[in-house]
Design a protein around this ligand. Structure first.
Ligand code: KG4
Ligand code: ZN
Length: 339
């Protein structure tokens, strides 16, 4: 069985074709980064309009890449939320219409479930159960994953998402949007120990997180110091270290609480090399293992939507005639899929 997956929830248009026997057959991605760069962040209306232009050409390109025609597709999955409503509606409308025209089921997919399952596309895929740390530009979640679709939220950020904190701090440092990867690059030349940022909410029990204070701490540190390149790198390093340390402390707690030995990290920030290194070290000390998607599937993409869509399609979760888009949609409202 083959499914087409469409992702348009934010500033990336992603399309992929997944086969439940042969795996990923094609994936196409168009990033709107350049479109939004001048504004220092995503402009929702521009994002929607660009998805309108790019989605169908990318679908054609994916079919060509896989050497398939529309007759070979057994279902169409699209991101139905959470995300920017206008952007979601583009993928949902195109996905629903194509499914109607091709006479195949349409499958609404939860964007964060897509991220959570992205490591399943890798050779080293995690077995259930595991703890998932989902760190993207819009969400920071710790999830107890007992099985496919069986999600309990253990903790989440009460303010800024981890990626958002990276982006906002990067902006304060004069780095272009999206700042996360640029700040990480700057931090490579940073020296440890010169600045120390707080580890928010680690001094009390619980698995919720808070990252908005770090951006304020960064603003004050930038103001109080010289603006030479080494100082900037040292500040970037200290900021990154604080975010990563905080995430690691919370992951360790979640693993102890659930008794799971496997940790999955996914979402844009899971591409962060320092985060991967620190969590790999921690998991090895705990005699556990860490799993993450390849870099291109950490950030938004169609492959994760096609994969999650396949699981939902097999579970009979298809959509009647109508378009579904949920800007807010808690991941624990999804139904568990029996093995
Ligand atoms: O998952 P994603 O593509 O979009 C959302 O669903 O939000 O995540 C994008 C976020 C951005 O905030 C970006 O700055 C951050 O992931 N990001 C990184 C890195 N690569 C992407 N943050 C830190 N280090 C990175 N290497
Ligand atoms: Zn995302």
């Amino acid at each position: 069985m083959r499914i087409l997956g469409i992702e348009t929830s934010c500033d990336e248009t992603g399309v992929a074709i997944y086969d439940d026997e042969n795996g990923l057959l094609a994936h196409q991605l168009y990033s709107q980064v350049k479109l939004h760069a001048d504004y220092g962040g995503v402009v929702p209306e521009l994002a929607s309009r660009d998805h309108v232009k790019k989605t169908i050409p990318l679908i054609k390109a994916a079919l060509k890449e896989a050497n398939l025609t529309q007759q070979d597709i057994d279902g169409v999955a699209f991101t139905a939320g959470p995300g920017l409503v206008g952007a979601l509606l583009v993928g949902a409308t195109i996905g629903r219409s194509l499914a109607y025209a091709w006479n195949v089921p349409a499958v609404p997919v939860h964007h964060m479930e897509g991220h959570l399952l992205a490591p399943m596309l890798e050779e080293k895929a995690p077995a259930f159960p595991f703890v998932a740390l989902l760190v993207s530009g819009g969400h920071t979640l710790l999830v107890d994953v007992k099985g496919m679709g069986d999600y309990t939220i253990l903790g989440e950020s009460i303010d800024d998402a981890a990626g958002e904190a990276f982006d906002k701090t990067a902006k304060l440092m004069g780095l272009d949007y999206p700042g996360g990867p640029r700040l990480a690059k700057l931090a490579e030349n940073g020296v440890a120990g010169r600045f120390t940022f707080p580890r928010p909410m680690t001094d009390r029990p619980g698995l919720d997180m808070s990252f908005s204070g770090l951006k304020t701490f960064a603003a004050n540190t930038i103001r109080a110091n010289d603006d030479d390149e080494q100082t900037r790198a040292d500040i970037a390093f200290a900021f990154q270290q604080a975010v990563v340390d905080t995430l690691a402390i919370k992951c360790k707690r979640a693993l102890k609480e659930t008794g799971h030995k496997r940790l999955v990290i996914a979402g844009g920030v899971s591409a962060n090399v320092y985060l991967r290194e620190q969590l790999a070290e921690m998991m090895s000390a705990m005699h556990g293992e860490v799993f993450y998607p390849r870099n291109e599937f950490c950030t938004d993409n169609g492959a994760m939507i096609a994969y999650a869509g396949m699981q939902r399609l097999k579970n009979g979760e298809t959509l009647d005639l109508g378009v579904k888009a949920h800007p807010r949609w808690p991941i624990d409202q999804l139904t568990a899929i029996k093995a």
